[in-house]
Write a protein that binds this ligand. Structure first.
Ligand SMILES: [Zn+2]
Length: 257
């Protein structure tokens, strides 16, 4: 069976979590700063969706980041959609369908609503600005999904076939919230998966794992969970993954961001 290592691009999220993009004091008038969009773009009064019920008994899961209470996970704002764009360069045959299917599954499980904004020619870099008004307008930059070559991403010279992470921002007195993220996929590896019988299900599972990172799940030591660092026979989220994703779907709405 196929067995691949999956690495979370923690540097993508962690750099921003602790970095200067986090206004730590002052009023929530972050729109006045040139580096932030107008607050509350597309924010509804209540969550746009509802997570699927977590399995009875739950299961093991870990979060990429926690709020100051040490318990509540950092998540996306459920009151607004998560926009995403795909850089189509190097995409394997069937790749765009795999992304669509995986996004739909994560949306179903978390209740988070995703909106595909189409293709982009934005390159994936380690220091991606969260606000790119010239390219994406007055809003947080959409999640960027790319198919990368080994020349673009040296991680993909190893067994690693995907990396993902999100960046959180916060304003004084309010929860941290993810506002954007990146998913990088190994184009050549996915072309190989998709050439195998039933390879589509495996490819989808790998993207589900990366999207798990994107919305806030970290690795676990239980090999039965899809968030185990290696994907083997699993084709979907298991009980612990589902329990964690259900929690990630009920984050606090933060319209001031
Ligand atoms: Zn991983």
């Amino acid at each position: 069976m196929l067995s691949v290592a999956l690495v979370i691009g923690l540097s993508i999220g962690a750099a921003h979590l602790a970095g200067p993009r986090t206004p730590t004091d002052g009023p929530p008038a972050v729109s006045q700063a040139a580096t932030y969009p107008t607050p509350g773009i597309e924010a509804a009064d209540e969550p746009l969706g509802t997570p699927a019920p977590a399995p009875p008994g739950g299961g093991v899961h870990e979060f990429v980041a926690l709020q100051d209470d040490g318990v509540t996970p950092v998540s996306y704002d459920p009151c607004r959609p998560i926009h995403y764009v795909v850089r189509p360069d190097n995409a394997p045959d069937g790749g765009s369908q795999v992304i669509r299917d995986a996004v739909a599954r994560v949306s179903e499980v978390t209740g988070l609503q995703f909106v595909f904004d189409g293709p982009t020619d934005e390159a994936s870099t380690g220091s991606r600005p969260l606000y790119q008004p010239d390219r994406y307008g007055d809003r947080w930059a959409p999640v960027l999904i790319t198919w990368q070559t080994e020349a673009e991403n040296a991680e993909f010279l190893s067994d690693t076939v995907g990396e993902a992470g999100s960046a959180a921002v916060t304003i004084s007195g309010e929860p941290k919230v993810f506002v954007s993220g990146v998913v990088d996929l190994d184009a050549a590896a996915f072309a190989g998966f998709l050439a195998e019988p039933d390879g589509g299900a495996f490819a989808r599972a790998v993207v589900l794992h990366e999207l798990g990172h994107l919305v806030g799940l970290d690795h676990v030591a239980d090999p039965d969970q899809l968030m185990y660092p290696e994907t083997r026979n699993a084709v979907d989220f298991a009980s612990g993954d589902l329990a964690g994703l259900a929690r990630l779907g009920v984050g606090t709405c933060v319209p001031h961001l």
